[in-house]
Design a protein around this ligand. Structure first.
Ligand SMILES: O=CCCC(=O)O
Length: 475
C-alpha cells in the first residue's frame, strides 16, 4: 500500500516549491499516514503551464492510442484493486467492502472511456438554403481543472480524468486534502502506463481556494469539472465566470426515498439499506429523507431499525465491519449535531445517536416522526442516519420530494406502474425505481436545480470535455 506523497507536474513527482507539507490522517484512529506536499500557488500555475504545453501533442494523438492508454490503466488498476481499496480505506475511513466497490467503480471509468475515445462523432449536412456544407467537429475543449472530493477519492477522480483524456484534453487534478494518497496512486498508474508528461498533473494546495482561483484565471484553462458541495460549487462558478471557463458541476443532493402505499416492505427496506448505507451514508446519492406511506410507516421503521442494528461498525481495514469511520472528527460532529437538534425538535430516536469514544465513528441511527422541512430533512446528512417522515397521499409525497433546492437523485418503491408515474413527477437528474443504487459508468450521472450542471459517465460524459466547431464549406 504505497503511493507518492508529492506533486505531479510535467511527468515528475516533486515536493512543493517551498517544501511545505500537510498531514494525512487515518480517520479510524487519528494516526498520521503521511506528510503530503502542500502546493504553492506557483506550483499550481506550473502544473497548468505543463498541461498547456502538453495539450497540442495529446489532442493530436490518435484516438486509438489514447484509448489504449486508458485501457492499460483499466488493466493495471484491475490488477491492483486491493491495494487501491486499502489506500481508500486508510485515508477515507470507509469499510473495506465499500472501498473495494469503489475501486471497481473507479476503474470501470477507464474501460468505458477507452471505448468512447474512438467514437467521437460529429456532423455533416447541407444547409437548408443549399449554399454550403455544414461540417461539425468535436474538438477537445482544452486544459481542464478537475476538483474532487474526499468521499469517493478514486471514483470522482477517474470519472473526470478518463473522459478528459479520451477527449484529448490535458488536466490538472486537485483532490481533497483529506484524501490525496488515492489520487496520487491513480495518477502514478497513468504515468506507469505511459501517458505523456504534462497530460495529467496533480496539485494539493492548502488552503485550496486561492490556488484554485489562480488556476481558473490562467488564460490556458478552458474547463472546470467539480464534484463537491453546492456551497463551494457556487463560489467556483463565480471564479470561473471571470474567464468564461466552461463548468461541469456535480453538487450536493437531498435524495428522497418514497415508499408508496402497497409497496413490498422487504424490498423497500433492502433497497433503503443500500441507498442509505453505501459508503457509510457519505454519498451525494445517499437517501436522505424517507417518505413512507402512513399504512407502512410502522412496519418499515421497525424493519429498517432491525437492519441498521445488525450493521457492524469498526475500523474499515477490518473486513468484518460493514460501517467504517467518517472522514474526520469534524464530519462526525456535523452528523451528530444534526441528529441532536432533530431530537430536540421532537423527532423520535429509534436507534443510535450516541457518538462513541475514539476515531471518527458515528453509529447507525434511525429517527422516526421527523418533520418535513426540519433541518435534518433539508440538509445533506452525509452519514449513517435514516430520517423517516410519514405521508397520507401520493400527491403530498411528490410535493415533499420536490420541496428542496436539490435535484440529484430520488428513489421510489411501489407497484412498478405507480412508481414509474411518480418517478416522472420528481424533479431530479436521476430516479431509481425499485432499486437502491443507480451509479453506473455507462449511465449519465448528474442533477437538476442546485445539484449541478452537466453529466458525467455515459456517452454524455465525454461531451463535457469536447467543444463543437462548425466549418462551413462553399458547395
Ligand atoms: O457522492 C457522489 C458520487 C456518488 C456516486 O457516483 O455514486
Amino acid at each position: 500500500m504505497t503511493s507518492p506523497h508529492d506533486l505531479f507536474i510535467d511527468g515528475q513527482w516533486r515536493p512543493a516549491a517551498d517544501g511545505r507539507r500537510f498531514p494525512v490522517h487515518d480517520p479510524a484512529d487519528g494516526s498520521e499516514l503521511a506528510q503530503f506536499a502542500a502546493a504553492t500557488e506557483a506550483d499550481c500555475l506550473a502544473a497548468v503551464d505543463a498541461a498547456a504545453d502538453a495539450l497540442a501533442g495529446w489532442s493530436a494523438t490518435p484516438p486509438r492510442q489514447r484509448s489504449e492508454l486508458l485501457r492499460a490503466t483499466f488493466d493495471v488498476l484491475t490488477e491492483e484493486r486491493e491495494q487501491l481499496a486499502a489506500l481508500i480505506t486508510a485515508e477515507n475511513g470507509k469499510a473495506y467492502a465499500d472501498a473495494i466497490g469503489e475501486a471497481a467503480y473507479a476503474t470501470e471509468f477507464f474501460r468505458w472511456f477507452a471505448e468512447e475515445a474512438v467514437r467521437i462523432g460529429g456532423d455533416f449536412r447541407l444547409s437548408p438554403s443549399g449554399d454550403k456544407t455544414i461540417v461539425v467537429r468535436r474538438d477537445p475543449i482544452g486544459v481542464a481543472i478537475l476538483v474532487t472530493p474526499w468521499n469517493f477519492p478514486a471514483a470522482m477522480a477517474t470519472r473526470k480524468i478518463a473522459p478528459a483524456l479520451a477527449a484529448g484534453c490535458s488536466v490538472v487534478l486537485k483532490p481533497a486534502s483529506q484524501t490525496p494518497l488515492t489520487a496520487a496512486y491513480v495518477v502514478d498508474v497513468l504515468r506507469r502506463v505511459g501517458v505523456p508528461a504534462g497530460v495529467v498533473n496533480l496539485v494539493t494546495p492548502v488552503p485550496a481556494g486561492p490556488a484554485v482561483s489562480a488556476m481558473l484565471h490562467h488564460p490556458a484553462v478552458r474547463k472546470l469539472s467539480f464534484t463537491g458541495s453546492t456551497e463551494v460549487g457556487r463560489v467556483l462558478l463565480h471564479e470561473a465566470a471571470d474567464q468564461v471557463v466552461s463548468s461541469s458541476m456535480e453538487l450536493g443532493g437531498n435524495a428522497p426515498f418514497v415508499v408508496l402505499p402497497g409497496a413490498d416492505v422487504d424490498a423497500a427496506v433492502e433497497g433503503a439499506m443500500v441507498a442509505k448505507m453505501r459508503n457509510g451514508g457519505s454519498a451525494c446519492t445517499a437517501a436522505n429523507r424517507f417518505y413512507v406511506h402512513d399504512s407502512l410507516v410502522e412496519e418499515f421503521s421497525t424493519r429498517i431499525t432491525a437492519a441498521m442494528k445488525a450493521v457492524t461498525m469498526g475500523p474499515g481495514a477490518d473486513r468484518s465491519n460493514d460501517l467504517g469511520a467518517l472522514v474526520s472528527p469534524e464530519e462526525r460532529d456535523k452528523v451528530a449535531g444534526l441528529v441532536d437538534r432533530a431530537v430536540a425538535e421532537g423527532a423520535n430516536l429509534a436507534l443510535g445517536g450516541e457518538t462513541p469514544e475514539g476515531g471518527a465513528f458515528y453509529p447507525p441511527t434511525v429517527l422516526t416522526d421527523v418533520k418535513h422541512g426540519s433541518e435534518i430533512n433539508q440538509t445533506e446528512i452525509f452519514g449513517p442516519v435514516t430520517a423517516i417522515v410519514g405521508f397520507s397521499d401520493v400527491d403530498e409525497a411528490v410535493a415533499m420530494a420536490n420541496d428542496t433546492i436539490y435535484g440529484l437523485i430520488s428513489y421510489v418503491y411501489g407497484d412498478p406502474a405507480q412508481a414509474l408515474a411518480v418517478a416522472q413527477r420528481i424533479d431530479s437528474g436521476m430516479v431509481a425505481v425499485n432499486r437502491g443504487v443507480l451509479s453506473d459508468p455507462a449511465a449519465p450521472f448528474g442533477g437538476t436545480k442546485q445539484s449541478g450542471l452537466g453529466r458525467e459517465g455515459s456517452s454524455e460524459g465525454i461531451l463535457e470535455f469536447l467543444e463543437e466547431k462548425y466549418i462551413g464549406i462553399e458547395v
